[in-house]
Structure formats: structure tokens, C-alpha cells
Write a protein that binds this ligand. Sequence first.
Ligand SMILES: [Zn+2]
Length: 299
Amino acid sequence: MWWIANRKSAIPLFVVDNSGVQIGLKKWVLAWMTVATFFYVCISASASPVTDALVLALRRTQASGVVVDMKTGVVIASEGISRRGAPGSTIKPLLLEYALEHGIVRPETEVYCHRTLHIGGRALACTHPADHPVFNAESALAESCNTWFAEVARRFSGPELEAALQAIRLLHKPMNRARVGERQLVVLGLDGVSTSPIELARAYRDLVQRAPPDGPVARGLEGSVNYGMANSAAVSGVRIIGKTGTASEAGETWTHGWFAGAMPGRFVIVVYVPHSDGGTAARLAQTFFRAMLGEGKLR
Ligand SMILES: [Zn+2]
């Protein structure tokens, strides 16, 4: 910083005595140094272990993610460009909890899954194993069975689905007069509904706070991470609940992936990955959880 030391500068920086010896800095220099120090301290303090973990998880990817404090709802970390997209299967637990609370479906409702499903000319085959083809609410959520949730969509009337979507606060097209195929695509998160990482994180925070901890939604989300479609997010010895989603936008040939999950009582995390799938999003979330464990913040 030569100009600070340059006594012959056009802008005098120093206070000098009668003999020309420097005895201090000008008041405005001190003021600027104080301001700069203040902002440096603020910026340093804002880099939290949660932000560090999220940055580590998403580095060298195009993914975006957000972490929300479970108790306060405050965003405690956010990385990447926030994008919107169809939520895919991450919408299933949100609508399932509403359907259970309103008697539209029951926890023990069973559906036999042939693993083949076609809606409006779209092939929506299930990807879960074929060994247990009869699903109830909990197992259908854990294995993300499209056939089971397509049946739930049949049981929703248009006005009921409209009310459910308003309750979970996701942007959607009007559902009051929607036909069964439209309702099914919405319940599967593939068309007619849109979300962003922060909107989905807030919906999951509401869900985790509202759903009974031993109910089919909580157990299904825990099963999803422990043995189901979100297993890539699992960390041994840590209770994590969550759901993956894979969907594409109208006119796009590529899919995007979601992971929406939580450590109950602590935080919700949502990861969005363009040109990818839910399994990839779950793996990035796992990196986040492991980084947090490395920081000693989770145990
Ligand atoms: Zn299925």
C-alpha cells in the first residue's frame, strides 16, 4: 500500500508535527479503516459450518441447495442459482399427509403394483424392486411407488387437490375441474406444479412439524433414506428422513433431480441438480451430512 506510506501524496494521509514527523493518521483514514474492519468481521462471522458443509457438498456441480433451521424457519445456508422446476416425487409426502389428515386415504390402504403405469401417453414405470408388489402408505412412500400414488390421485377430487396444493403452498395450475390424468400427474409431481429449493424446504419444514413422528409419512420418509429410493443420502447411525424426485419440464429432454429431507429437530435441506436425477441429489445431500458430522455439529 505505497500510497499510505507516501508522504508526498496529493492527498495527505498523516498528521505531522511542526518538524514534519508523522505522529498519526488523519481522522478520515482512521474512519475508513474502522469501516473496513467492521465489514471484514461481519463477512468472516457469516461463514458458518453449515454453509461450509453445503459449499463442500455442491462444489464442482451446477446444483443449488438451501438449509433451513427447523425451529425458526430461517435460511441458514444457501448456495447456487435458485431454479424452479416440477418437484417430482418430493411432492408425494406433502400430499400424502394431507390425504391422511382428511380421510382421503388410510395408512393401511393397499395397492398391488405391476410396476407399469401409463398416464396420458406417458410411461411412468416404477423403479422399485419387484419382490413386494403390495404397498401401503408407508412402504409406497419409502419405495416411491407411482402406482400407489396414482390411486391416491384418483381418490382426490379436483377441489380437494386444489385445497391440498394451497395448504402445502406450492405453485400449481387450477385443479378444481382437473381430470383424473391431470390429477395423477400433479400427485406424481410431474406436471402442473412447480417449486424452488426454498419453497420446498419450507413445505418440508411444515410437514416435519405437523406429521406425527411415528406416523406413516415420517416412517415412510425414514424408510426412504434407510432402504428406499433416497438411500444414497443415508449416513450410518444418524436419523435422516427424506425423499428424492426426478422430473423434467415441458419441452425439455433432460431431467432434474431433487432431494428434500431433514434431520428432525435440527434442519431441513433441499438440493436441486439440473441435468440429473434424484439419486444424484441424495448423494450430494449425503456429502453435506457427512461434512456436518465432520464438524461435530450433529452428534
Ligand atoms: Zn410401484
